[in-house]
Write a protein that binds this ligand. Structure first.
Ligand code: DGJ
Length: 720
């Protein structure tokens, strides 16, 4: 159990909520304010008096609300039916109970005057060092109330030399790591897109408590908001105090809550590491695989996605050839991307057909059945791309249901991709049925479809719902997300085994609001292996490798124009969920032979990469000329090590990389996983070296990475 009530320590009641390595201490006494005291490394009941005696206890409201004693940041603000804008909450009772996957502490608070109930939750997850917090609000009035601010979490932090790490994003450069010292004032990590919520910043961050963060030492707080809509994470920093709040971005989203209704904020997930940033990442990865990702502990197939190979030029023969060639290389799953649908308006570019989810008979006369037959013949699984929340003005769906889209009726319609893309209004239950029906229709007709890539290439453009009444237009951003959630829940209830990828014009929806319904995410449309090292590094801070789709693409990269060796491209892609995004016809025999060997090697190390503990060894952001990381299985018997030459100059100093996470007392036999010439593996191949030497002294990279774009992928196996 992660919970205990400790009475007699102080006059108030202390609730100690613990995970194996962390603890939170809350004081909640009926009739009084609920107080946050401590969150940090694990403490026991006997340590609590010391937390008070040392001055470490914060003794600040666990959920400060607006209205009385107004100065400062608050977690919640509402307006009651009579226009009063104040809240005054005190504890009514505290409940503690176990649920399927963990333990919950629920602090029920009531307003002293108004019929307003707020429940603050803290949840621990079995076997995990991540805990989550959220609140629920009941409107027990006879009239609606309006919520103006509704944070999921509000935590005081100790002011020190605090550093913030966050992950800035844009198309092609998602999750680019930023690290900065927090100075006085407010620092905000936020999104206002409506839909694509991680192409601005990812809703996750780390806070170092004692100086510039490192990978393996120092106290670091890690937090992530499980929401795929607009969000706001705010650090309010003053010389003597520092509060962090995280929640849905309330800007232009004042929420009108009907009588007898409940509003639930998304979960905010957090952990606390005394082992630097690496500790935060490993805790999040484990939590994600065990509790959040759909089927997070199932191995993922090696797939070929058709997008960069053929773009919209889909046809039966071309798809069949791709399947055949990929299957011959050892591939396991083929995914037909965009371009397969639309009859009145065949989908030949981004400017038409979304919403018309009928197979294009002209391009694919044998239908999806023909493709599935090809897949069967080639002994490979079949997957398909959809973008079900969208339409184009040039589409049959828009002609039939103009009232299903988001728009402002007395103003011109804004459009996105292709000059015609528009967003369906998921606040409307009929639209929810339609979107569910896109998946359901395909799966009912073709139960052999094994995989779906769910894309979204548009933001909320015009702020207007044709479904919501005038007095609830401000609910649009939030009700859209709640509608999407309902659809995804229905899909998961009916199709638990369907593997689904979350994509949004690349890595635009990599967050824990979306991922519980998906098995993986498309990391970025940028498949350039060199830039991927930076992006995947950023992603790896909070999201596990099993979910990180990483594809080998064409020689002259389509996004950056860079040319890098196939080995380097494979060595980068093999550090995540390996896939390919290439036209096999354009590969020569030597490349195909190399790809077959690399795919076979990946199959051997797949459980180590997909379920192992990640140790980031040398950051590409530190500009040392080399980037390196490794995965180690929990019993430390197997590991996989990667190193990449990031730039190349004749007189440069090439560093030594020290490994991490191994057993110092074990002897590890090294194998080169991807030699270009099978007969000439790297000099380390076949050598046996102790964990102690590999971790304390490391491997000098100068002779191993001696060319431009040289790279290493090594397997380490402990000798019995
Ligand atoms: C954007 C995605 O990120 C790409 O991978 C591809 O699926 C295109 N959309 C298709 O339109």
């Amino acid at each position: 159990m992660g919970l205990s009530v400790v009475s007699g320590i102080s006059e108030a009641k202390d609730y100690l909520i613990s995970t194996p390595k962390t603890s939170m201490l809350i004081t909640a006494t009926p009739g009084e304010k609920s107080k946050f005291q401590y969150y940090g490394s694990r403490i026991e009941e006997a340590d609590i008096p010391g937390i008070y005696a040392s001055g470490l206890a914060f003794d600040k409201e666990s959920y400060p609300v607006f209205g009385l004693n107004t100065p400062g940041e608050k977690a919640m603000a509402v307006s009651h039916p009579d226009g009063n804008m104040t809240l005054d909450l005190v504890v009514d009772r505290v409940k503690q109970y176990s649920v399927d996957d963990g333990d919950v502490t629920e602090i029920v608070m009531k307003d002293q005057v108004y019929p307003f109930v707020l429940r603050q939750y803290f949840k621990t997850y079995s076997g995990s060092d991540v805990m989550t917090t959220w609140v629920e609000v009941d409107n027990d009035n006879k009239k609606p109330i309006t919520l103006y601010r509704f944070a999921s979490a509000f935590l005081p932090m100790r002011r020190n030399d605090n550093w913030l790490t966050h992950f800035h994003g844009f198309w092609g450069g998602e999750s680019t790591q930023e690290q900065e010292r927090l100075t006085n004032g407010q620092k905000v990590v936020a999104n206002k897109d409506g839909l694509v919520n991680t192409e601005s910043d990812n809703p996750s961050f780390m806070l170092s408590m004692d100086g510039e963060p490192t990978e393996d030492a120092g106290h670091v707080f890690g937090g992530a908001l499980a929401w795929t809509g607009n969000y706001l994470i705010k650090m309010d920093v003053h010389s003597t105090k520092f509060d962090m709040s995280a929640g849905i971005n309330e800007e232009t989203s004042h929420y009108v809550l009907d009588p007898k209704s409940t509003f639930r904020t998304p979960e905010f997930a957090m952990t606390y590491s005394t082992e630097g940033k690496g500790g935060v990442s490993r805790a999040f990865h484990r939590w994600a695989r065990d509790h959040k990702l759909h089927d997070g502990n199932k191995e993922h197939d090696i797939l070929l996605n058709s997008w960069e190979g053929v773009y919209f030029k889909v046809n039966q023969k071309g798809m069949d050839e791709m399947m055949q060639a990929f299957s011959a290389m050892g591939g396991e799953l083929f995914v037909m991307d965009d371009g397969w649908f639309g009859n009145k308006y065949p989908r030949n570019s981004g400017s038409s057909s979304l919403g018309d989810w009928e197979v294009c008979r002209e391009k694919l006369p044998e239908g999806i059945e023909g493709l599935i037959a090809s897949a069967r013949k080639n002994n490979i699984k079949f997957g398909i791309w959809i973008e079900p929340e969208m339409a184009n003005t040039k589409s049959e769906i828009f002609e039939k249901h103009p009232d299903w889209i988001m728009r402002v009726n007395n103003r011109p319609l804004s459009t996105g991709r292709g000059g015609t893309q528009i967003v369906l209004d998921l606040t409307n239950p009929k639209v929810q049925d339609f979107v569910f029906g896109v998946v359901d229709g395909l799966m009912t007709k073709h139960p052999e479809i094994a995989y779906m890539k769910w894309d979204d290439n548009c933001s909320v453009l015009d702020y207007g719902s044709q479904y919501l009444p005038a007095d609830k237009q401000s609910n649009l951003y939030i009700d859209y997300q709640l509608g999407l959630k309902k659809v995804l829940e229905r899909i998961r209830a009916k199709y638990p085994d369907l593997v689904m990828q979350a994509c949004a014009g690349g890595g635009g929806r990599v967050n824990y609001g979306m991922l519980p319904y998906f098995n993986e995410f498309w990391t970025s449309d940028n498949t350039d292996a060199l830039q991927r090292i930076y992006l995947q590094w950023g992603i790896s801070n909070f999201y596990p490798a099993v979910a990180m789709a990483s594809h080998v693409s064409a020689d002259k990269n389509h996004q950056t124009g860079r040319t890098v060796p196939l080995k380097f491209r494979f060595d980068v892609a093999m550090s995540g969920r390996l896939g390919m995004e290439i036209q096999p016809k354009d590969m020569n025999d030597a490349d195909k032979a190399f790809a077959s060997r690399a795919i076979a090697a990946y199959k051997g190390i797949r459980p180590v990469v997909q379920f192992g503990d990640l140790y980031r060894l040398m950051s590409p952001y530190d500009n040392k000329g080399v980037a390196s990381l490794m995965y180690v299985v929990p019993d430390k018997k197997r590991a996989v090590f990667y190193a990449y030459k990031m730039n190349h100059l004749i007189n440069m100093v090439v560093p030594t990389v020290r490994m991490n996470g191994l057993d110092p007392d074990k002897m590890y036999k090294i194998k080169d996983l991807t030699p270009v010439d099978e007969k000439r593996p790297c000099a380390l191949d076949g050598k046996t070296i102790s964990g102690k030497v590999l971790m304390n002294e490391g491997l000098p990279m100068a002779s191993l990475l001696n060319k431009e774009y040289s790279s290493l992928a090594l397997e380490l196996e402990a000798a019995e």
